[in-house]
Structures are given as structure tokens and as C-alpha cells.
Design a protein around this ligand. Structure first.
Ligand code: SF4
Length: 81
């Protein structure tokens, strides 16, 4: 997955580095370094980091299909007595 961080927006809150430490790291007080080609295995963490960034600075390709809650409708079977 490709991702881009808008470093003009990024305020160095480090939420992303906390949630996806294999993708993001903070060097010093406010310089963020990241892997622009995150591995597939990082998808879920990356999605959380994207959601957690307070300034929406992280843009990632192909995260739209991540469903946090699998829609599993509870099946009710009623047995008439
Ligand atoms: S969470 Fe957002 S603002 Fe904070 S370091 Fe990451 S990209 Fe920057």
C-alpha cells in the first residue's frame, strides 16, 4: 500500500507512530519518518493510524475496503412452541 503524509499538516502528535510503529516513527520532537510503501500486513494498523491522526495528515491507498466491524447480522431463529 502506498501512503503519503502531508508534512505541512502533520503536527507531530505521534498517534500514528504509536499505532503503527513499523510504518511511522518520530525522530526528535517533530520530524516524522515513514515507510511510503507499507506492507500488506500493516493494513489494519495503518487504518487505525489514519483514523487516529488528529489533523488527517495521512493519505493511504486502498484502505477503503477495511471494515472495522464485520457486518454479521445476528441470525434469529424462533421456534414456535
Ligand atoms: S498522527 Fe498525524 S499529526 Fe501525528 S505524527 Fe502522525 S501524521 Fe503527524
Amino acid at each position: 500500500m502506498r501512503l503519503v503524509v502531508d508534512l505541512n499538516r502533520c503536527q507531530g502528535y505521534a498517534q500514528c507512530a504509536f499505532l503503527a510503529p513499523d510504518v511511522f516513527a518520530l525522530h526528535g520532537e517533530e520530524s516524522l519518518v515513514y515507510n511510503p510503501q507499507a506492507e500488506e500486513g500493516q493494513r489494519e494498523r495503518l487504518a487505525r493510524a489514519v483514523a487516529a491522526c488528529p489533523v488527517q495528515a495521512i493519505l493511504a491507498d486502498g484502505l477503503d475496503d477495511v471494515d472495522e466491524e464485520p457486518a454479521e447480522a445476528g441470525q434469529e431463529t424462533s421456534h414456535a412452541r
